[in-house]
Ligand binder design. Structure first.
Ligand SMILES: [Zn+2]
Length: 209
C-alpha cells in the first residue's frame, strides 16, 4: 500500500509544471535531424526557419504540461445552482503520444454541482485545454478532465464524453478518413444512477444538428 502510494505520488510529480518554457533549441535540433532523415536539406531556403517554427509549435501544443489544471477550478461566486450542467462542443486539439500526431474533436462535459459550486464555461474550456495540450491518449484525457472536476470542484457526478479524429489513423496506417473515436468517463451520481446518465447522454447527443 505504501509503495503504491509513493508510486502514485511520483507519477503526479512528473506531470506537475516544471519549467515554464520548452527547450526550443533542443526541439529545433531534433527537427533538423528529421529533415535530414527524410532526405531533405535543412539549409535550403524554404526550410531554413522550419526547425524554429516547429519548435515553437510544439511548445504551444504541449503548454498544458507546464500549467496547473487546478488553477482553472474557480467556482462562480453567489451561485446556488444544483441541477445538472452540460457544456457541449468544447473544441479540443491534442497530440497522440504514440505518433506525436494531432487528434482533434469535441469535448462534452456534464456535471452535478455540490453546494451550488459551478464553473464558468470559459474555465471548463480552459481545463479541457490544459489537459489536451500535452502528449495524450484520448482515454486518459477524458478521465483526467472528469477526475479533476470530481475531486477539485467536488461535483456530485461528472460525465465527460470526447469525440475525436486521430490523424495517426486517418492519414496513415489504416487510413479511415472521418473515423471518430468516442471515449467517456463517468463518475459519482452519473455512475450510480442510470437514469441521470441516460438523461445527460441524450442531451449531449440529441441537440446535435
Ligand atoms: Zn497515434
Amino acid at each position: 500500500m505504501a509503495a503504491k502510494l509513493t508510486a502514485l505520488k511520483s507519477k503526479q510529480r512528473e506531470r506537475t509544471p516544471k519549467a515554464r518554457r520548452a527547450d526550443l533549441a533542443r526541439i529545433a535540433e531534433g527537427v533538423r535531424l528529421i529533415l535530414e532523415g527524410i532526405g531533405e536539406d535543412p539549409n535550403r531556403e524554404g526550410l531554413r526557419d522550419t526547425p524554429q517554427r516547429v519548435a515553437e509549435m510544439y511548445e504551444e501544443l504541449t503548454a498544458g504540461m507546464r500549467e496547473d489544471p487546478s488553477e482553472h477550478i474557480v467556482p462562480l461566486s453567489g451561485n446556488k445552482h444544483d441541477e445538472m450542467v452540460i457544456v457541449k462542443d468544447i473544441s479540443i486539439a491534442s497530440l497522440c503520444e504514440h505518433h506525436l500526431a494531432p487528434f482533434v474533436g469535441k469535448c462534452h462535459i456534464a456535471y452535478i454541482p455540490k453546494n451550488g459550486n459551478i464553473l464558468g464555461v470559459s474555465k471548463l474550456a480552459r481545463l479541457a485545454e490544459t489537459f489536451a495540450r500535452r502528449l495524450q491518449l484520448q482515454e486518459r484525457l477524458t478521465s483526467e478532465i472528469a477526475n479533476t472536476l470530481y475531486e477539485k470542484l467536488g461535483a456530485l457526478g461528472v460525465m465527460v464524453v470526447i469525440e475525436a479524429e486521430h490523424t495517426c489513423m486517418t492519414l496513415r496506417g489504416v487510413k479511415k478518413p472521418g473515423a471518430q473515436t468516442v471515449t467517456s468517463a463517468v463518475l459519482g451520481g452519473f455512475r450510480k444512477d442510470p437514469r441521470t446518465r441516460a438523461e445527460a447522454m441524450s442531451l449531449i447527443v440529441n441537440s446535435k444538428s
